[in-house]
Design a binder for this molecule. Structure first.
Ligand SMILES: NC(=O)C1=CN([C@@H]2O[C@H](COP(=O)(O)OP(=O)(O)OC[C@H]3O[C@@H](n4cnc5c(N)ncnc54)[C@H](OP(=O)(O)O)[C@@H]3O)[C@@H](O)[C@H]2O)C=CC1
Ligand SMILES: O=C(O)[C@H](O)CS(=O)(=O)O
Length: 483
């Protein structure tokens, strides 16, 4: 498969390790989820390369931290500008390796670049404190200093933005960064590294180590004492493994894990707005985001009207190759993902749910699944208990506010949640009662660099974005000065 890139150099297949492009001795295939076509063969590196990257990062970080915040800001803004300038090429690469519709891929590039801009600006506002002394001869200072070398492990569903959301605060804070992208989607991260080098990031400060042995590469990041922080986005199951592996060194951790977002439609909602929000919250990235609406609760009095509207809107979603104009639902990442979605639908139907739209694999075959609306979904069905990570909207009826709050909170996860209502008292009560890190009120799209993205309970630790996001890459130092 040949990509039509204006800047073909961006399709880099070597790993970026310690300031050098390394081809390694073996490669692994990256295939297009839409067609199965080979996109590229990428360097398959191992633990030796990871150690080399970490060693180089530790050296480069000292000088980077010694630069002024304005100097770091300037380099990062140059990188951001290059990402935007090359957005079309970066989107082509992203869609080829991950499958999302081209318009969504381009939006992801802009989203990723917004984190680099945001934290470039935040770099210059990392303020410490001067505290009134506790004794006449004491002066108290609080310094904020970069934590050091940061390791990152990122998933396939946002192969640009999940790197950007981590590397931006890390570099802005004065840290160094060693990233290991998912085997399915390494090309977006490598293209970002090409642009980082062009932007003037010092050699060794940023490494992207590609390889199929995710366990060994991850273990090195977790256990190498030079790595002072690990940031991970992916499943809760893997997050637990990484957390255990980091325990020996007491590494600082940021974990963006799984979700099971409720989407609640009250009887005082603007139903057309609620349907628009549900379509975005459910079907963005073909349902493969951790903040997708996984459960849709509709108050009984508006269930029929809402079902008709969301069914009509879902039926209009075109399924196909993400490169084709007008496609809203691309392929899922692989066959296992399709099998999981299919199993959730089959389980729900077996237990009494009704298919209103879709309900099975697309006639296109391969990794395509029809956007689906299920009615009559009830507790005990897998589709409510587990994260589907696919284009299926399960509708659950409820009667009262208290009932739906209890159902919405009845999950180990606590990442995103959404509800539509217009009564002011209800909006306050529900927003405060939902046990999630993020609440969308009358909107189905909440992710932005300005806001703290993250969850509670089994959805993870820490926040990415906002003025809070850089704190996870800093250490506080208390200086008590006797004068
Ligand atoms: N909270 C959030 O922002 C997000 C959460 N997620 C969650 O992740 C899941 C889907 O994404 P998915 O990529 O399949 O998640 P996984 O957790 O399977 O994989 C995420 C990353 O971890 C790597 N990995 C897997 N096992 C290990 C290990 N033992 N040690 C080190 N690294 C490992 C993978 O590499 P490889 O693929 O090469 O094995 C990949 O790069 C869903 O639950 C979703 O909710 C996903 C994205 C965002
Ligand atoms: O990985 C994800 O699912 C992203 O965090 C979703 S978002 O940031 O694009 O909303």
């Amino acid at each position: 498969m040949t990509l039509a890139l204006r800047d073909p150099v961006l399709l880099e297949t070597r790993a970026f390790v310690a300031g050098r492009w390394q081809a390694g001795t073996t490669t692994f295939d990256v295939r297009n989820p839409a067609t199965g076509d080979l996109v590229a063969r990428v360097a398959d590196l191992g633990v030796d390369a990871m150690r080399e990257a970490i060693d180089a990062a530790a050296l480069a970080q000292k000088d980077w931290a010694a630069r002024t915040a304005k100097e770091r800001c300037t380099v990062l803004l140059g990188w951001q500008a290059l990402m935007l300038e090359k957005a079309d090429d970066l989107a082509e690469i992203l869609t080829a390796e991950m499958g999302k519709p081209l318009a969504e891929a381009r939006a992801e590039i802009v989203y990723g670049a917004s984190f680099i801009q945001w934290f470039a600006e935040e770099a210059r506002r990392v303020y410490g404190d001067v505290v009134p002394g506790h004794q006449r001869d004491k002066r108290i200072l609080v310094l904020k200093q970069p934590i050091g070398v940061v390791g990152a492990i990122t998933p396939w569903n946002f192969p640009n933005a999940m790197i950007a959301r981590k590397v931006a605060p890390a570099l802005a804070a004065g840290c160094a960064f060693v990233g290991r992208p998912a085997r399915e989607t390494p090309l977006s991260a490598l293209a970002m590294a090409v642009l980082a080098e062009r932007a003037g990031l010092p050699p060794g400060l940023l490494s992207i180590v590609t390889g199929t042995d995710s366990k060994a590469l991850g273990l090195e990041l977790c256990t190498n004492p030079k790595v002072r922080k690990l940031t991970f986005t992916g499943s809760t199951e893997v997050g637990r493994i990484l957390m255990r592996q980091c325990a020996h060194d007491i590494k600082k951790l940021s974990l963006e894990l799984g979700g099971n977002a409720p989407f609640i439609v009250f009887d005082d909602a603007d139903l057309d707005a609620a349907v628009e929000g549900a379509i975005i919250a459910k079907y963005r990235n073909s349902g493969q985001t951790c903040v997708c609406a996984n459960r849709i609760y509709v108050q009984q009095g508006v269930m029929e009207a809402f079902t008709d509207k969301i069914a009509a809107a879902t039926a209009r979603l075109e399924v196909g190759n993400g490169r084709d104009p007008g496609v809203a639902i691309g392929p899922l990442i692989d066959g296992a993902a399709v099998e999981k979605v299919e199993a959730h639908v089959e389980d729900a139907v077996r237990l009494g749910a009704r298919v209103i739209v879709g309900g099975s694999r697309s006639a296109l075959g391969g990794n395509y699944f029809q956007p689906t609306v299920l009615a009559g979904v009830e507790r005990g069905m897998r589709i409510l208990e587990e994260e589907t990570f696919g284009p299926v909207a399960p509708l659950v009826a409820f009667e009262s506010e208290d009932e739906v709050i209890a159902m919405a909170n009845d999950t180990e996860f606590g990442l995103a949640s959404y509800f539509y209502a217009r009564d002011l008292g209800r909006v306050w009560r529900v927003a405060e009662a939902l046990e999630f890190g993020m609440v969308g009120v009358n909107t189905g799209l909440i992710s932005t660099a300005e806001a703290p993205f993250g969850g509670i309970k089994s959805s993870g630790l820490g926040r990415e974005g906002s003025r809070h996001g850089i704190d996870d890459y800093l250490e506080l130092k208390y200086v008590c000065m006797s004068v």
